[in-house]
Structures are given as C-alpha cells and as structure tokens.
Design a binder for this molecule. Structure first.
Ligand code: ZN
Length: 129
C-alpha cells in the first residue's frame, strides 16, 4: 500500500488525484487486478467523475454544499456535522479495474479527493492487488 499526501484549499475542495494514483499503481507493478483508493478521514471522501471540465467538480462541490448546509440543526458538538454528512454521501473509497498496468478509467473520468472540512493535509491510501 502507498499513501499519497494531498493538501486541500477551502472548506470544500475537490482535488484531482488521478495522476498520483496512476504513479502509485505503476510502482506497485500490478498489471491486471483492481486498485482501491481510500481516504482515511471522516470528513473527506473519494469519487470518480469528469476530469475534463473543472466546472463539473465545482458544480458537485457547490451542490453538496447546498444539499447539506453548514449550519444545522445538528447534534455533533465539534460543529462540522455537514462535513461528516457529505463524506458519507460521497463515500470513503473507489475501486478501479487495472488493465495493462493502467487504471481502466473512461476517457473523461478522474479520481477526486473530496475535502469537506479543509483546508487540511489528507492521507489517501492506494492499494493494487
Ligand atoms: Zn466532527
């Protein structure tokens, strides 16, 4: 397993980590199998979506922020329940088929770390088998 460190910007921030994951996969030597990308945090997630037009990830971030307002009512005392909720909506991992030593992503697909309580430095685990 490899761990990628990702610095995020604002409170909500979707970062394209596809190239870093591809490099970690390359170092693993796995040619055929699956690659799991997992974020080890409770207020961040991982998703796959369009990597061509950055407006798509902006729209995802803005829509999640509208769907889950920062100010509750929530019970969690830390004050970041909205970030926890969005992390659960997005999910903490994705699994991508590996073919010929490459991620078998579609032409327009990229892997995004989704920060919901930033800015922070996040650990993204990449494991290919
Ligand atoms: Zn919390």
């Amino acid at each position: 397993m490899e761990t990628i460190s990702v610095k995020t910007g604002g409170r909500t921030d979707l970062r394209n980590v596809t190239e870093e994951v591809e490099r970690a996969l390359g170092r693993s030597g796995v040619q055929e199998g699956i690659c799991t990308v997992f974020v080890a945090h409770t207020t961040a997630g991982v998703t796959i979506n369009e990597n061509a037009d950055p407006a798509v990830s902006d729209d995802i971030a803005a829509t999640l922020d509208r769907m889950v307002p920062w100010n509750g009512p929530y019970r969690h005392g830390e004050g970041n329940s909205a970030a926890h909720l969005k992390a659960s909506l997005v999910g903490s991992s994705v699994t991508v088929p590996v073919h010929g030593g490459r991620l078998a992503l579609g032409t327009w697909q990229g892997i995004f770390l989704c920060e919901f309580d930033g800015p922070r430095t996040r650990s993204v685990h990449v494991q290919a088998i």
